[in-house]
Design a protein around this ligand. Structure first.
Ligand code: AMP
Length: 190
């Protein structure tokens, strides 16, 4: 099985690019943000807890998303691998993922990192707010907090994955097709 992490700041194009990757490589797309939004829509206790944090642009607790990922690994069948989008987001989550994979006799294939500058993060999220109607995209204070959270808690993952030789960065600026082509050339080498 292949295990890819699609990494990058909010608005880097992870969700957009995930579609082509999933199709080309027969993967299951696992977006913790999407899974949490489904819990919110279904009004589950977990959804209610997550909603309050997501609405502030804060992260939900590590154990919550780690549990979700493990459940998906256990239940999804008939795919050639998984594409993790929005997970891990903290070093603790990355360490937990290493343990979850090791327990299954699997290893991470690689991190595909889409990098864009902060100014572009703002532009892309403002654009997405008009199209997808996500509450956490519409409010500038929440967006600022998500970007701050990314720099503080998620960016340290770059060093974590560099150290174990799994980090691969590509330029996330440009058209959807341009970025897709860059991802394809990288994935061929992993
Ligand atoms: P996303 O759709 O990936 O932008 O995620 C939307 C929101 O869901 C984030 O701002 C967090 O509040 C929460 N979230 C998603 N994935 C995670 C994660 N791996 N760890 C903690 N919180 C998460």
């Amino acid at each position: 099985m292949k295990y890819y992490i699609l990494f990058g700041p909010p608005g880097a194009g992870k969700g957009t690019q995930a579609g082509a990757m999933v199709e080309n490589y027969h993967l299951c797309h696992l977006s913790t943000g999407e899974l949490l939004r489904s819990e919110i829509a279904a009004g589950t206790p977990l959804g209610l807890q997550a909603k309050q944090l997501i609405e502030k642009g804060c992260l939900v607790p590590d154990e919550v998303v780690e549990g979700m990922i493990e459940t998906q690994f256990d239940t999804v069948k008939g795919v050639e691998g998984f594409l993790l989008d929005g997970f891990p987001r903290t070093v603790a989550q990355a360490e937990a993922l290493e343990g979850i994979l090791a327990a299954r006799g699997e290893v991470l294939t690689g991190v595909v990192s889409l990098m864009i500058p902060d100014e572009m993060v703002h532009e892309r999220i403002a654009h997405r707010a008009q199209i997808e109607g996500r509450a956490d995209d519409a409010c500038p204070e929440i967006v600022d907090n998500r970007i701050r959270t990314y720099h503080e808690k998620t960016e340290p993952l770059i060093a974590f994955y560099r150290k174990i030789g799994k980090y691969h960065e590509i330029d996330g600026a440009g058209t959807v097709d341009e970025v897709r082509a860059r991802i394809a050339s990288l994935v061929e080498t992993l």
